[in-house]
Write a protein that binds this ligand. Structure first.
Ligand SMILES: [Zn+2]
Length: 187
């Protein structure tokens, strides 16, 4: 079991349910109480509850006012793309803010495979849906989507050829992505 005031990240073990119950800012999984947020531990010895008190993070205040963020996909799982927020509007972010896009927040239709829309390494213009860590994001709106992608075969730069296709400038490989709607000429 963790002591008091220990700094923890989401997923870190606080204790096992034989020792304590899952309290604020935690969740229980297979008999283990884990941190659900970034913060410091507070173990309530009277009620035997493990809590995690959220720390104010420097990026969070800016995030709440942001119209959009830039998110880099690190890993694509079955039901979500996970990664890091690298920019809030046009300012780079120095603190680590983990984020994810759920499969239901990509397009307004059923998604079979996330990799048809997003791939690891992509930089995505997205909108925050909430302010917990990891930050839930959406790219459903027409102006949101992948803004920078590398070829998954050779790593070359990709250029847009139509609403949903990109072509590698090196090996000519064509891939699909959820792309932001092209801006109208003259606007
Ligand atoms: Zn290529």
């Amino acid at each position: 079991m963790r002591g008091q005031s220990e700094f923890v990240f989401p997923g870190d073990e606080i204790g096992i349910i034989e020792e304590l119950l899952s309290g604020e800012g935690t969740y229980e999984e297979d008999g283990v109480v884990r941190a659900a947020v970034v913060g410091t531990t507070f173990v309530d010895m009277i009620y035997r509850k493990g809590n995690v008190i959220t720390n104010r993070r420097p990026g969070f205040t800016a995030l709440k006012k942001a119209k959009f963020v830039y998110f880099q996909v690190e890993q694509v799982k079955e039901d979500s793309a996970v990664g890091t927020i690298i920019g809030i509007e046009d300012r780079p972010v120095s603190s680590h803010l983990s984020a994810y896009i759920h499969i239901s927040q990509i397009v307004n239709r059923r998604v079979e495979r996330i990799t048809d829309y997003l791939k690891p390494g992509d930089v995505v213009k997205a909108k925050p849906l909430g302010f917990t860590l990891p930050v839930p994001l959406t790219i459903k709106q027409p102006d949101l989507g992948v803004v920078l992608a590398k070829c998954s075969i050779c790593g070359g730069d990709m250029v847009q050829i139509d609403e949903e296709h990109l072509r590698c400038t090196v090996c000519k490989n064509v891939e699909t992505r959820k792309l932001p709607e092209a801006r109208r000429r003259g606007s």
